[in-house]
Each structure stands twice: as C-alpha cells, then as structure tokens.
Design a binder for this molecule. Structure first.
Ligand code: SAH
Length: 266
C-alpha cells in the first residue's frame, strides 16, 4: 500500500510559530526529510522514533541533490510509510515545494500540504515592520535575490522592480546585495530608499542592519551580514525602531510597547 507525504512548512524558526497541524503530522511521522532552515529549536524536537534524513544544503559531498531528495521521498512513500517533508517558512515560497508536489502527483502518491508562516512577512514583523501600511505601501513584492541580477537571462524584471512603488522583500539576497542595489539605483530607484536587513529573524540571535539603498551594501559588509536574512526595501522600514521590537525583554522586564509572538523568551 502506498503511504502518504505531508509537505510541511515549519515557520521562520521557533516552536511558537509552528502550526498545530505541523506539530501533529511531525509527531506521527515515520520518516522526516528535513532542511536546515527550520533551525535548531524546531529540529531538536523531531521525534526519535522516526527515520530522520538531513536534506540540508552544505555544499560539497554531504549535500543531497534535489532529485536525490525527491527519490528518497518517493521510495519511502511507495513502501507505505508516513513521510513528512519539512521546510522552513511556507513550503511554496521559494522552497521547491511546487516541484516536489509535481513529482508526487506524477507517481500517484497522496500528499497533503501544511502551509507555514512565511519569513517574508513574519521576519519584518518581528522588528515592527508591517510590509504594507496605508501610510507607506499599498503593495508588496517578494523576490529571490539568489540570481545574479547582472545576468542577461535573469528571470526577474529589474527595470520594472525599480519602478514599482511599495515594499520589496528579498529572500536569499545577501550574496548579491551589492549587485541588487546597484541595478535598482541604475534603473532609477531613489538612492535614499530605506533598507533593513534582518538576519536569523525570530531566533535568539536575530540581528538588524539598516541603511538606505546607496549605502546598505557597505553597512552589510562591515557588519558581516550572513544568510539566512530578509532584506526589506521601502518606506515601511521607517517603522523599524531599535527600542521597539521588545521581543526578548531584558531579564525581569516585561513591559514593551510592541510584542511579537512566536519567539521563545527563555
Ligand atoms: N520557504 C521559506 C523561504 C525559503 S528560501 C519561507 O517561506 O520563509 C530561504 C530564505 O528564506 C533565506 O535565504 C532567507 O532569505 C529567508 N529566511 C527564512 N527564514 C528566515 C529567518 N528566520 N530569518 C531571516 N531570513 C529567513
């Protein structure tokens, strides 16, 4: 008998933002193929009775390729097991979840998608930034910065992106940040547009670097910004306040202007 696959989003990290449905299917799974993005706080709660397969991208010999991951997932499901494919954030936002569903469908394997809280919205929220706000932005665009924007065959329409008003949220953009800011200003985007970079959002070691389009790349270099990080470009960044997040109030202090749930406080 064929098993079943649950394609599960873990949220941005921190067990508080894992959905109840995700917790339920994880706890009942016989096999879990997990990425590293969900983070230690969640990965340390995976049930010991399940076969745990690390699908993290490390570079080098220990990395499973996408087709190997899909082959393992199919193999376990076709041998009748309950399989969870666990991904960071939401499985359908830059998580290759779409491709995995295609493979399961093509092979007649039943599948359930368990959406997750996406980092694209939750991580800016963690530092007080609403990706839309009537005063600042009535639209938000989410893109991957993974591709070199200088490549002529870039799948992204950089000229159109530079002309858009509203908020631009960039995932996987740390490595190409310099090229991205250059191409946006080159196509006429205001060099003084505010930018915030949030590293490891909603995790204990979250860090924020701010600037404007023309200097953020320099600030990021100085600060040694590393992935995973969310880059937010637009006037909504004005909502960021260093003293505002109040996510982890200092010891013994529990009054804060704004609290964002989900991040564990101890
Ligand atoms: N499916 C995921 C995104 C996968 S792409 C989602 O919906 O969130 C991986 C990128 O997500 C990272 O490079 C980073 O840009 C972003 N990301 C995910 N979790 C993050 C976190 N906790 N803090 C900052 N960025 C995060």
């Amino acid at each position: 008998m064929t098993g079943k696959v649950w394609l599960v989003g873990s949220g941005p990290g921190g067990t508080g933002l894992l959905t109840l449905r995700a917790r339920e299917v994880i706890d009942r799974a016989e096999v879990i193929l997990y990425d590293q993005l969900p983070g230690e706080e969640i990965l340390s709660t995976l049930p010991g009775h399940a076969e745990l397969i690390d699908c993290g991208k490390y570079g080098g010999d220990h990395t499973l390729e996408q087709d190997e991951i899909e082959a393992l997932m199919l193999d376990r499901a076709l041998s009748g097991r309950r399989v969870v494919r666990l991904k960071g954030g939401d499985p359908f936002l830059f998580g290759r979840g779409g491709e995995e569903i295609d493979t399961l469908r093509a092979n007649g394997v039943p599948c359930e998608v368990v959406p997750g809280v996406t980092s694209a919205i939750a991580v800016p929220a963690a530092v007080g930034i609403a990706v839309t706000h009537r005063k600042y932005a009535s639209q938000v665009t989410v893109i991957t910065g993974h591709e070199d924007p200088g490549k002529p065959e870039s799948a992204l329409e950089w000229e159109a992106l530079a002309k858009l008003s509203g908020t631009l949220v960039i995932l996987m953009g740390v490595k190409n940040l310099g090229k991205i800011t250059e191409i946006l200003t080159g196509y006429g985007k205001d060099r003084n547009t505010p930018v915030a970079i949030i590293e490891r959002g909603l995790r204990a070691d979250q860090r924020v670097t701010t600037g404007v389009l023309s200097d953020i790349s320099e600030h990021a270099k100085k600060a040694g910004v590393r992935p995973p990080a969310i880059i937010v470009i637009g006037d909504v960044v004005r909502m960021y306040r260093e003293d505002l997040p109040g996510l982890i109030p200092p010891e013994g202090e529990n009054s804060s202007f704004l609290e964002i749930s989900g991040r564990n406080k101890d």
